[in-house]
Design a protein around this ligand. Sequence first.
Ligand code: GLP
Length: 239
Amino acid sequence: MNIRVFRTPSDAGIYAASMLERVITSSERPVIGLATGETVIPVYDALVNFVRCGLNVSHVTTINLDEYVGLAPDHPQSYHQFMDEHLFSRIGIRMQSTHLPNGVAPDLAAECERYNEVIRNHPIDMQVLGIGVNGHIGFNEPSHALITGTHVVNLTPETIAMNARFFSRKEDVPRQAITMGIQSILQAKQIMLLAFGEHKADIIYRALKDGIRTDVPASILQLHKDVTVILDRQSAARL
Ligand code: GLP
């Protein structure tokens, strides 16, 4: 694993966006796997700046990791809205295609199958990942077993508690999500894992240095041959 430690999340975001630029400019049909969460905001900020300075992204396909079950695409806390707000609506042009799971699909099993098909048809060149404080990637939560393909997941009490800050009423916090599975993530040609802040230092240590365990889903990334870990000094403190 290539581990890079930066002074600030914004420096790290510029580095991550440069890695994305390399993928975007070196292929006719690049496919980027995207993540949501506070961590990736500096990456999208930098990428938007690159686009404003001339980077062409009209040929890019994006595939997001996950979406909450029960939140429609226009719900303010949905990941559809997150992506629109932080990336899609800011780049000024339409990309080739952008994909997220539909959290309000009437048949969730069929939706997972549809999403698997999207991933099969668009092999991911570079997957962007954040990490939950419990080690989840996408919404692949700690468990006795990790699931290969897209699936509906019951969020852990810890994740629900972490997400509560984004909702005005506790009972509105989604209990389930649709997430890309572990195999789909590992099939990406390249992966970048980002984490910032003191509160991620412990899980970064456990994910990178402490063996591979299903109760730390991110630790499975140790098996992938092309992972870049992008940290700030605080999240790297235990390495
Ligand atoms: C959510 C997302 C993950 C993300 C994680 C960390 O649960 N499903 O993809 O990595 O949160 O979020 P943050 O970057 O806000 O710490």
